[in-house]
Design a protein around this ligand. Structure first.
Ligand code: XUL
Length: 519
């Protein structure tokens, strides 16, 4: 048996991908779109609406329903889950799930009842703050002060205290609802929660995703006693000890065996964050190749030769699932901003692609956008702020092509500016995520970064990373062997910088950086 299953629980969907390591083929790719397929959760983009733009929570039961729905779809497609030799996966990073009692195999999930009804009574908090939440500035300040300053948080955890990170979110939960916090016996991340539901028993958080909590001591791979104490009382009792990403944490619960036909005893390898998982799925676990992921958020990440931290405090250090560390910079205004502009200018995505490639030019004749449709984390822009050359009304969208280009150029310039601290010019950049399909967007990235931009044959890098991690943990195959079969750039496409574009961006870049410094 050479089939391995990877899952990816992202902001807007849950995806499954199966690789056959013997033939080097991806044999299944399916996903459940939360907004479209589970409308009863009233989360069209995967999270709940809130009058406060800083608050972004999701219903964790939505993720549980999606697990059942996904396996139903897999069965309906004719795929036999008994062929799967092991499972691993990933979740959107930082989001926390709060359990009144840990999930235990002493009370196995019953096939007679919907899974969601069995998980509901275990939750001590009905919603989960997710990575888009930016409402914890006070808690960030308090945590930093309690450990002797921001610099100490960076030294221990690899990031300054960050609003969306789990520690400040846990502190806010404790401060606002101390009784509910006290009732909570386990705090976990989206990744480990999905793995726990799959195993029917609570399983640990891995180092890759754990590093996004402002709680993990990167030097020891354990929770930092100082950060735990600075975050909330008795937190050490509510967190399982973190484990390396290749750890076998359990096996698929009987529920999934009986209901969906998994082989009894199918091993589950620790789940990790979606970005660390993508590092694997993009074949970038060795330094030298950077990845740009264009999803709900945009991220820029790369394996690190040595753990280095961002002096400006925007970048992070996470665990590299293949060992060592990775850098990451996250931009909240990813596809949300691109989609907002597309809607305003009234073009379809193919029309946007044409507008970028043929109806506008590099540098956009000097037109510059501030593209912060939601509060931004990199750079820190606490309130939404959208301007096109100083005008908040966007010039009534008179020139659709220029507006389409302005948002993408601003995003690319911001990525380049805010990843300079990594200190390495990548030999190549690989691009993934929904928007990577758009050749116009890839050309702008090539022109701004002055680098070759490649896509790979398999677009869902996070789910692919899960499948490859499962395969590596069970078979011990070298990463290079798995990459040669599944992440060969030859299957994708390459875009090179167009002539003359280096100078076209020099002036725009300087103006953009100046504009950001005055926000
Ligand atoms: C990374 C981050 C996002 C989420 C998206 O720090 O917040 O990329 O992981 O799922």
């Amino acid at each position: 048996m050479s089939f391995f299953l990877g899952l990816d629980s992202s902001t807007q969907s849950l995806s499954a991908l199966v690789v056959d390591v013997a033939s080097g083929r991806v044999v299944l790719e399916l996903s459940v779109n939360f907004g479209q397929e589970l409308p009863e959760y009233e989360s069209s983009t995967g999270f709940l609406s809130s009058p406060d733009p800083k608050i972004k929570h999701a219903n964790p039961l939505l993720w549980v329903s999606a697990i059942d729905r996904l396996f139903e779809k897999i069965i309906a497609s004719g795929f036999d889950l008994a062929q799967v030799r092991a499972v691993s996966g990933a979740g959107q990073q930082h989001g926390t799930v709060y359990l009144r009692t840990p999930i235990t195999d002493a009370e196995p999930w019953s096939v007679a009842r919907p899974l969601v009804e069995q998980v509901r009574p275990l939750l001590s908090r009905v919603t989960s703050p997710i990575w888009m939440d930016s409402s914890t500035s006070r808690e960030c300040r308090e945590i930093a002060a309690a450990v002797g300053g921001e610099a100490n948080v960076v030294t221990i955890t690899g990031s300054r205290a960050i609003e969306r990170f789990s520690g400040p979110q846990i502190r806010k939960f404790w401060r606002e609802t101390p009784l509910d916090y006290e009732k909570t016996k386990e705090v976990t991340l989206v990744s480990a929660f999905i793995a726990s539901v799959l195993c029917g028993t609570s399983v640990p958080i891995d180092h890759g995703d754990g590093a996004g909590m402002n709680l993990l001591d990167l030097r020891t791979g354990s929770w930092s006693p100082e950060l735990l104490a600075a975050t909330a009382p008795h937190l050490e009792q509510k967190l399982r000890a973190p484990v390396p990403a290749h750890t076998r944490v359990g096996e698929v619960a009987r529920y999934f065996v009986e209901k969906f036909g998994f082989a009894p005893g199918t091993p589950v390898i620790a789940f990790t964050g979606d970005n660390p998982s993508s590092l694997v799925g993009m074949g970038a676990t060795e330094p030298g190749t950077a990845v740009i992921s264009l999803g709900t958020s945009d991220t820029v990440f790369a394996a690190m030769r040595e753990p280095r931290t961002d002096p400006q405090g925007y970048g992070h250090v996470f665990g590299n699932p293949a060992g060592g560390f990775m850098s990451l910079i996250c931009f909240a205004n990813g596809s949300l901003a691109r989609e907002a502009v597309r809607e305003k200018i009234g073009l379809s995505w193919p029309e946007v692609e044409r507008a970028l490639l043929t109806q506008s030019a590099p540098g956009n004749q000097g037109e510059l956008m501030l593209p912060f449709f939601v509060p931004e984390m990199t750079p820190k822009v606490p309130e939404p702020r959208v301007e096109l050359d100083g005008s908040a009304d966007f010039r009534a969208y008179r020139a659709p092509a220029a507006n389409a280009r302005a948002v993408v150029e601003a995003q690319a310039l911001s990525m380049q500016e805010h990843s300079r601290w990594i200190g390495e010019r990548p030999e190549s950049i690989r691009v993934t995520g929904g928007a990577a399909k758009n050749r116009g967007i890839r050309q702008i990235l090539a022109d701004v970064f002055q680098a070759e931009i490649r896509t790979l044959a398999v677009p869902n890098s996070s789910a692919l990373g899960g499948a490859l991690r499962a395969a590596q943990a069970i078979t011990g195959a070298p990463w290079s062997e798995l990459y040669a079969r599944f992440v060969s750039p030859a299957g994708g496409e390459s875009v090179r910088p167009a002539a003359g574009t280096a100078s076209a961006y020099a002036d725009l870049r300087a103006r953009f950086v100046d504009k950001l410094s005055r926000i």
